[in-house]
Structure formats: structure tokens, C-alpha cells
Ligand binder design. Sequence first.
Ligand SMILES: [Zn+2]
Ligand SMILES: [Zn+2]
Length: 362
Amino acid sequence: MLAAIYIQGKGMKIEEIPVPVNSEDEILVKIRATSICGTDLKIAKNGHRKLKDGQKIVLGHEFVGEITSVGRNVQGFKKGQRVGVAPNAGCGRCPACIQGKSNYCPDYTAFGIDRDGAHSEYVVIPSKFIVQGNVIPLPDEVSDIEGCILEPFSCVLNGVRVSKIELGDTVLIFGAGPIGMMHLMLSKISGAAKIIVADINRQRLEKALEAGADKIIDSSSMDECSKSVMKETGGRGANVIITACPVREVQERSVQLLAPFGRVCLFGGLPKGTDGIKFDSNAVHYRNLTVTGSTGGSVDDFIRSMELVRNRKVKLGSIVSDIFKLSEMEKAYAKMNAGPEGKIVLVEEATVKKAVTESRWY
Ligand SMILES: [Zn+2]
Ligand SMILES: [Zn+2]
């Protein structure tokens, strides 16, 4: 089968490898759809701290597949079932895991990070993922392309939950890429009265407007952007700010752009080697602000995300800009490298047409 392989310290290549075999405690899944995440590209370029030198893994952690083999010790699953998988499994014993927040487990394991992932035709699901509830049967209302985007969506849902958006809030989102667009979707249904989206890319801003942003702001100049935010909020600032971009200045400025009792969620991490940020801590003190952040999503976040999609509260397909066949992995990664407009999804050849009609970017 064709697979996107990363070798720590050596880089990435796409090559044929044997179809994996599942043990008696594992499930084998045939990939129906899988999307490329910024994290895949980051690993392909810089490797990952969880990998040893020379270690080889298949990339990809966002996927939907069909079960083709169930190990005989596995209960509750059957051949032919369509499943989505929350890709991080915790140790099960640490305080974070006990709270159900395996995404904050210091000893997690994840597809496409420290074990073979989904950018291939088949993936083995180990016992740990099965017993911890990470394998989630998908209802018919959730399509393959929506199912594979449930993973980044669940990370966004985690970020929105920690931001504590209240009815009538003004929310400011920095970044109108796929992650920013998902924040827009969730801010809307969380009861935000006004959603402002800022980005340096005009096309992405237009897309945000189309997707329901109340106001878009060009953030090429942060001075100008800050003035516009203050104007749009009657001089008070936003109640909630989400930084869905890896930009230091955006994080530093965000505190100044918050209204009293405002919350900022530092959602996008900064590039490796950035030695922290400076911000006006007196603003936090005198205006009772909250600076928070989030990373990843739990199994609970994943299931909640699935319920929102299943009940058509959000249209996740609208963030997909490019559909490729699984056999076009090379092309798909090239496109990812070039910087796509929205999300890139690879699907089985037979479902390409269906996937294209479900994605709305076209
Ligand atoms: Zn991801
Ligand atoms: Zn743990």
C-alpha cells in the first residue's frame, strides 16, 4: 500500500509498504478519508520529540475508515463498521487521564506521531485506543470528509470551551485558516453577538465573511488592526479573543484588545525557539482579564464535535478546499507545502465525486 513515511532525522517520502496485520487485541481499518494537518507538515519538516533517531512512522492522525478485521479478543466492534478515531490515547493513570483529559497526558501515544498513522490505505488500531473509547462508530449523518475533520474540530471545541463565550459576547478571532473558520462556526453557536475575524490574507477574510463573520479586519498592520478592533467594539475591546495563528505580536497585543473581564485563548502555538512573549500585565490586573490556552482535544471533545456535526449545527465540509485520491498522496503533500486555502482531504477513489459535492470551497 502507498504510505507517507517519515524517518526521524532523515525526512519524509511516499512509498509502497506492506499492509499491516492486526493482532488478536487490535482492529484493522481501511482508510476511507484522511486529512492533512499542519502537525503532519511540521513533523515531516522538523521531526517530533517523541521519535528516536532513525525511527520510521506513517504520518496522519485525522481519519475515517471501515473496519476490515477485528481481533478475536476485541469486543463491541464488527467488520464493515465505519469509525472515526480520536487519535491521542493517554496512559490512563495520570491526573489528566483520570479527569478524562488524555490530551494533557504527559505520556500520550498518537497516530502519525509516535505510531503508524493514517496517510496510507490501512491502519492498525491498538488495544489502548479501543479500551479507552477512542474508536467511535460514525452515524450515517456524518460523512467521511466530516468524520476525518472531527479531530481538528474537537481541538477547536476544546479551545472554545476554555474561552467561556457568553451570550452576547463580542469575539475576535485572529487567523482565518481552517482552524479560525472552525472557531467562527463554534463562536456563532455559542451565542456570540458579534464575531470579528482578522487575517493578513484577503481571500481568507472574504471566505470568513461568507461563512458568517460580522466584520473582517486586515491585520497586516497590527496598529491599524488594533484601531479597527477598538472602533468596532465602541472602545471597550472584545470579550473573547482567540489567536488561531502562530504569531507572537498577535499574542502580545491581544491583552490590550480585551474588554474588562475578557478572556484570551492562545490557541495557536508559537514556532519552536520563541522565548515567550511580553504583554501588559497591568492590563490583566486592572481589567480582571484571563489569559488561557488549549491544545488537542479529549475523547469527550471528539464525541461532542460529532454530535454537533450529526445534528447539522455546523457544516464542516465548508472548510475543505482540496480533495485528492489516496493514490495522489504526493500531489496532496505538495499542495499542503504550497499553502492551501482550506483543508486538504484524501479519499478513496470511488468516493471522490461525493466528497467534492460535500465540500463547499469549490
Ligand atoms: Zn490534526
Ligand atoms: Zn495519562
